[in-house]
Design a binder for this molecule. Sequence first.
Ligand SMILES: [Zn+2]
Length: 132
Amino acid sequence: MIDYCPCGNNKTYKECCKPLIDGVEKAETAEQLMRARYTAFTKAKVNYIMRSHQKKTRPLKERDKMQKWLNAVEWMGLVVVKTEDGNANDSSGTVEFRAIYLEDGQTQVIHEKSFFEKEKGKWVYVSGIQYA
Ligand SMILES: [Zn+2]
């Protein structure tokens, strides 16, 4: 069985998000970072979720709560709806996505437009707006 990456790219986890989550490689585009963050959510890798967040707004206080929540939910899939800028030569960009998860047996969807910036040459998550 092939261990496909949870982010939905047609690649194995090892070839896709793992090197980013392990800190071996850095994301070239905002979309790559977004995908690695989604994968980190599916694997409850809170360290990466914090590390890939803009430093000054990093929600360190929510760390424990997030870890608990991630242990309680099951991620079903990611759909990248639209990207704007966020390429290797840009300094900012947005990614609109839908992420589906199960919580208490209920299917939930996060539909968000996320904002990314480069911080010392590395893409980081800044903030997001959620669609109802
Ligand atoms: Zn991936």
